[in-house]
Design a protein around this ligand. Structure first.
Ligand code: NI
Length: 220
């Protein structure tokens, strides 16, 4: 049986199971789809009113990021200004993260490796969403597992809140029932900011190291 090739194809046996009502139901489905399509088109094409997404779209991406004041993994106080002149690659996570964060940091590390000397023009920042456990010392040990340029950032809960809000990053504690430790649920997006801290683009877990390196090189 051939696998279905697209969203519009009917699952294999559908007509057989439904027998003669197959066609009328299919027709009704089509009409419903057309109606929904018209509604969707109407919503999308509507002129932008107050609070509509179109109003945000023109400047929304530029709103990602902003000034921050944190402490790096060497214990130095840093701000966004510390990294101006370099592209900032900003990723929020925590050192106790079992898989997502380390995987993302490995991909970032490989991308930086691929950039060679050009990596010096990039400030890769790993911002902890778990400052309670991720002290500068804990971060120093953690980032040593990855590319040497990666900087760990921590701070007071208020400092973290300010920076995370600027990047639209959410995070919260999740109690792991199997262990006494807690985990953090957090947004996992790799932001790329230009040399003055303005949003350029972002990567997700789906971005390969090769693709990341290529895009970063283009942005240098
Ligand atoms: Ni994580």
């Amino acid at each position: 049986m051939a696998p279905s090739k697209g969203p519009s194809s009917t699952p294999p046996n559908w007509n057989a199971e439904r027998g003669s009502i197959g066609l009328p139901v299919l027709a009704m489905g089509l009409i419903a789809a057309l109606l929904l399509g018209s509604i969707a088109a109407f919503v999308v094409l509507r002129p932008t009113g107050p609070g509509q997404s179109g109003a945000v779209r023109t400047s929304g991406e530029a709103l990602v990021g902003g000034s921050f004041s944190m402490v790096d993994h060497t214990g130095s106080e840093v701000t966004d200004g510390t990294y101006s002149g370099r592209l900032m690659v900003v990723y929020f996570g925590f050192t106790y993260c079992p898989d997502v964060c380390p995987t993302q940091l490995l991909v970032l590390s490989e991308a930086l490796d691929r950039l060679g000397e050009d990596a010096e023009q990039i400030a890769p920042l790993f911002v902890t969403v778990d400052p309670e456990r991720d002290t500068p010392e804990a971060l120093a040990q953690y980032v040593s597992n990855f590319h040497p340029n990666i900087v760990g950032l921590t701070g007071s809960p208020e400092q973290l809140r300010t920076m995370a809000d600027a990047y639209y990053v959410s995070y919260y504690k999740v109690q792991d029932e199997a262990a006494s430790d807690y985990l953090m649920d957090h947004t996992s997006i790799v932001y790329v900011m230009d040399r003055s801290g303005t949003y350029l683009t972002h990567f997700t877990h789906a971005t390969s190291a090769e693709e990341m390196a290529g895009k970063l090189k283009d942005l240098l």
